[in-house]
Design a protein around this ligand. Structure first.
Ligand SMILES: [Zn+2]
Length: 339
């Protein structure tokens, strides 16, 4: 990506081992993220461009001399953040705060919308799946690199447990995975706030019990009506815009919690006053998806959850620019890339 709206497919030098803790993986599947749409809409021109993509599954092609756990030929999930797996925060299961870590698809570390990608700190970062997956499973495994883990994180931070009422703000891939996560954690009522017919239909399939398509005050009123006037125990904020956050805080019941995973597009958190007077806990951030793979992978392998259904388009590398456009125009929910 060179600037807003300017995505090009180019030949670049093959990634190779730079540090002895690196690996190189050949990408089996990658995808375009909703969060990639923020630079797609706003990025200032860069002469060198940015190799995009932070979600991938692939096969290890090469490992550095100090890599111990990951082997050539391993089929692996690449979480969107790299991490050493050994620092205090990695031990706490918060790999996105790893003191040696960072994010793929930045100006410093090339991304995965590519044929191959260099993986820093391979032993800590990569999660070997064990078996090579068939095509049907690929899509769901790919979601464990970001959107399924991120939706799960929102649900954990929002304290979703058995019998709770939950609202999910946003009907993108993360919001839809948030519905799966809420259902999986035992939520009794799951209200999806969204307005795209195809996404709503999928949300219902995933376990949403109610749909609110209004916005702003009307949405708040509707959620209160659906919850005996009080609002929900748990809100998953999966958008990142001011209005979404305002709505999220306004529909939480007193003592409730908001788990925010939408990448914020403003410097301040709105809704300070209602959050304070209602004792609403507001938390969240970049999901430590590396920590959640262990939990979520068995359900994916057994077919108990099928988060891969959020992909409604598959392109080769040369289709990536149009994939961005399609997601930005809300023509596609999420675009998978098969290099
Ligand atoms: Zn660490």
């Amino acid at each position: 990506m060179y600037s807003a709206g300017d995505v090009r497919v180019e030949n670049v030098p093959d990634p190779k081992i730079v540090e002895p803790t690196d690996a190189v993986i050949r990408v089996s599947r990658a995808c375009v993220c909703g969060s990639d749409l923020w630079p797609y809409q706003k990025m200032e021109h860069s002469d060198t461009g940015r190799v995009m993509g932070h979600e991938a599954i692939g096969v290890v092609e090469d490992v550095g001399a100090d890599v111990r756990k990951i082997k050539r030929g391993d089929f692996v999930i690449m979480p969107f953040a790299f991490s050493d797996g050994t620092c205090a925060f990695c031990h706490d299961g918060l790999q996105t705060s790893c003191i040696h870590g960072g994010f793929f698809g930045t100006t410093e570390v090339a991304g995965a919308q590519a044929e191959a990608v260099r993986i820093p700190l391979a032993d800590g970062t990569l999660f070997p799946v064990g078996a090579h997956a068939d095509d049907a499973l690929m899509a769901s495994l790919l979601t464990l690199s970001d959107v399924m883990g991120t939706g799960h994180h929102a649900a954990i931070i929002a304290r979703v447990t058995l019998g709770k009422s939950v609202a999910v703000v946003g009907d993108g891939a993360v919001g839809l995975c948030g519905v799966i996560a809420a259902k999986r954690l035992g939520a009794e009522q799951i209200i999806i706030l969204g307005r795209h017919a195809d996404r709503i239909a999928l949300a219902k399939d995933f376990g949403a019990t109610d749909v609110v398509s209004e916005r702003g005050d009307a949405a708040v009123e509707r959620v209160r009506e659906l919850t005996g006037g009080f609002g929900v125990h748990s809100v998953l904020e999966c958008v990142g815009l001011e209005q979404a956050m305002n709505t999220a805080i306004s529909i939480a019941r007193p003592g409730g919690a908001v788990g925010r995973v939408g990448v914020p597009q403003e410097q301040t958190i709105p809704g300070s006053e209602p959050a304070f007077y209602n004792n609403v806990t507001v938390g969240g951030g970049p999901a430590p998806v590396r920590a959640y793979i262990e939990d979520l992978l068995p359900d994916v392998l057994e077919g108990k959850i099928q988060p891969g259904r959020v992909f409604d388009r598959n392109v080769a590398l040369d289709g990536v620019p149009d994939g961005y456009r399609a997601m930005n125009d809300r023509e596609a929910i999420k675009v998978m890339v098969t290099p």
